[in-house]
Design a protein around this ligand. Structure first.
Ligand code: ZN
Ligand code: MN
Length: 468
C-alpha cells in the first residue's frame, strides 16, 4: 500500500425470517409464484394502514444487543420518499434519526489481534418488491427489453446495519460479514443467504495517506453477492483509487459495480449530490417502545458470540481453521470429537466430512474421534465411506476400523508386477521421461486392491521397480 490506508464502511441488509411481513399479514416466503403473497396493505391501496410486526421488532432488538448497541426507549418510523416501480407507496417505511439500535460495536478477530468495528445503527424497515429485468445481459437493467415486478418480497422485514468506516481491507470486510452472518443465523432471525438476497452488502470505499485526518471522496460498491466478491471488489477499488491519486488525478463520488468475472469495476450512475429522501415521521404509526421484559428476554437468548469462540479455537488450530469451523457452524461438533491432534480433527471436519455432506449435528463425536485417530492406518476409501455413514443412527466405527491397510511389500509386489506387465506402453513412456504416469500406476494398484494398499509403500515400490 506504500503509505496509503483503505477506509471501508459497510452497510448490510438482513431480511428477517418472520412468518408474516413487516406491516401486513401476508406470508413472508421466498421462491413462491410471483405476486401470490400480496394484500391491499403491501400493494399500497389507498386507505390501508400498516400494523407493525412485533416479532420483527423483538428480533431487531436481539440483533442490536448482539452488536452491543443501545436500544432506544422510543424509536420512530419515518417515511423515506422516492419513486421506483418496486415501491408502490412512493416511500419506504424506515427509521431515520431515532433508530431501534445505535452506537454498538462488533469484534472481528484478525491476524494482528482483535479489531473492533463500530456500529452506527441497526434499524428496522420494509424491503421493496423485486424487479426482474428481462432480455438484457445477466438480468441487469441495461439493454433489458422490459421489467417485471414481483410484490411477494415487498414489505419483508429488513434490518439495515450501518458500520463505522473502521474496516481496513477487503479481507477484513469478508471476516466481518462472515461473522455477522453466523451471528444472525445463531440468533435464528434470518437465513442470511447472499445468493438468495436475504443478506446484502454495500461497501463505501475511500483511501487516505497513513496519518491523514478526515476522509477523502468515497465510492460505493453495490450489492456484492458473495463473501469473495466483497473482498475482491474492495481490493480492486482500493488499488484503483490509490493509482488515481498517484497519477495526480481525483476520485469521483460514484456508485460502482464490480464484475467478478473480469475483476473490473464500472460506474453504475454518477452520484453528484446526495438523494433528498425528504424523511418525515410516519404519521400512521406511533413510536416503538420496546418493553423492558422484551429486551431482557432477547438478551437472555444470545449465546456466546462467534468472535469469542474463534479466539478460543485459534489457540488449538489456527485463525483460518477457527474461522472455518465457527462460520460453518461446525465448531459444536469439533468440541464433541476427542483426540490430541486438534488440527487433524478440524481438517477432517472442514474437508472430508464437509465433502461427504453429512449433518454435523447428527454425528457421534466419540465415534468420529476413533476414525480420525485411525485415519493413517485404515484404507483411504474405508475412511471416506465411514465418514459418509457417520451421521447414520447407531453408527459405530468398529467395522471400518477392522479393515487395515496393506503395507507389506511382499503382499503388494505381485500386484505391482502384474500392473507393470499389463501396461508395457506406459512403462516405456515413464522410463522415457513421462514421470507424471506414476499416478496412473498408483491408481491401478489401488483399484486392484480395492483401495486397501498403503499409498506411501505403493509409491516407493513403483518408483524402485520403474527406475530399476
Ligand atoms: Zn400484504
Ligand atoms: Mn435500507
Amino acid at each position: 500500500m506504500n503509505g496509503w490506508e483503505p477506509v471501508i464502511g459497510l452497510e448490510i441488509h438482513v431480511q428477517l425470517k418472520t412468518r408474516t411481513k413487516m406491516f401486513c399479514r401476508c406470508e413472508n416466503v421466498w421462491g413462491e409464484e410471483p405476486n401470490t403473497r400480496t394484500c391491499p396493505v403491501c400493494l399500497a391501496h389507498p386507505g390501508t394502514l400498516p400494523v407493525p410486526n412485533k416479532t420483527a421488532i423483538e428480533w431487531t432488538v436481539k440483533l442490536g444487543l448482539a452488536l452491543d448497541c443501545e436500544i432506544a426507549e422510543r424509536a420512530l418510523f419515518h417515511r423515506k420518499n422516492y419513486f421506483y416501480p418496486d415501491l408502490p407507496k412512493g416511500y419506504q417505511i424506515s427509521q431515520y434519526d431515532v433508530p431501534l439500535c445505535s452506537e454498538g460495536r462488533f469484534v472481528v478477530p484478525g491476524p494482528d489481534g482483535d479489531r473492533e468495528i463500530g456500529i452506527v445503527r441497526a434499524h428496522l424497515e420494509e424491503d421493496a418488491a423485486k424487479t426482474i429485468h428481462v432480455g438484457g445481459a445477466a438480468g441487469r437493467i441495461h439493454g433489458a427489453e422490459y421489467s417485471l415486478v414481483d410484490f411477494n418480497r415487498g414489505g419483508t422485514p429488513l434490518v439495515e446495519i450501518v458500520a463505522k468506516p473502521d474496516v481496513r481491507s477487503g479481507e477484513e470486510a469478508r471476516r466481518f460479514l462472515q461473522l455477522l452472518r453466523q451471528t444472525v443465523i445463531e440468533l435464528d432471525i434470518s437465513d442470511a443467504e447472499m445468493e438468495k438476497g436475504s443478506l446484502r452488502c454495500d461497501a463505501n470505499v475511500s483511501v487516505r495517506k497513513a496519518g491523514e485526518e478526515g476522509y477523502r471522496t468515497k465510492t460505493e460498491l453495490k450489492n456484492m453477492n458473495s463473501f469473495k466478491f466483497v473482498a475482491d471488489g474492495i481490493a480492486v477499488e482500493v488499488e484503483r483509487q490509490i493509482a488515481r491519486y498517484q497519477a495526480g488525478e481525483e476520485v469521483m463520488q460514484q456508485t460502482l459495480h464490480f464484475d467478478p468475472q473480469t475483476g473490473t469495476i464500472a460506474p453504475l450512475r454518477s452520484k453528484e449530490e446526495a438523494h433528498d429522501y425528504r424523511y418525515f415521521p410516519e404519521p400512521d404509526l406511533v413510536a416503538v417502545a420496546p418493553p423492558a421484559d422484551m429486551v431482557e428476554r432477547a438478551r437472555a437468548e444470545i449465546g456466546e458470540l462467534p468472535a469469542a469462540r474463534i479466539r478460543r479455537l485459534e489457540a488449538e488450530v489456527d485463525l483460518d481453521l477457527a474461522y472455518g469451523l465457527v462460520t460453518s457452524g461446525r465448531d459444536a461438533l469439533y468440541a464433541r470429537v476427542p483426540g490430541d491432534d486438534r488440527r487433524a480433527v478440524a481438517n477432517v471436519l472442514m474437508n472430508q466430512l464437509a465433502a461427504a455432506g453429512v449433518d454435523p449435528a447428527a454425528v457421534d463425536g466419540a465415534e468420529l474421534g476413533r476414525l480420525v485417530a485411525a485415519r493413517e492406518t485404515i484404507p483411504r476409501q474405508t475412511f471416506l465411506d465411514a465418514l459418509g455413514a457417520s451421521a447414520d443412527p447407531d453408527f459405530t466405527a468398529d467395522p471400518y476400523l477392522a479393515e487395515t491397510t496393506v503395507s507389506d511389500a511382499a503382499a503388494l509386489d505381485p500386484v505391482i508386477d502384474g500392473i507393470l506387465a499389463a501396461n508395457p506402453g506406459q512403462v516405456e513412456a515413464y522410463r522415457g521421461g513421462k514421470e507424471g504416469l506414476l499416478g496412473f500406476f498408483v491408481g491401478q494398484v489401488m483399484k486392484e486392491t480395492q483401495g486397501k494398499a498403503d499409498a506411501r509403500v505403493v509409491n516407493e515400490r513403483l518408483r524402485e521397480k520403474l527406475n530399476a
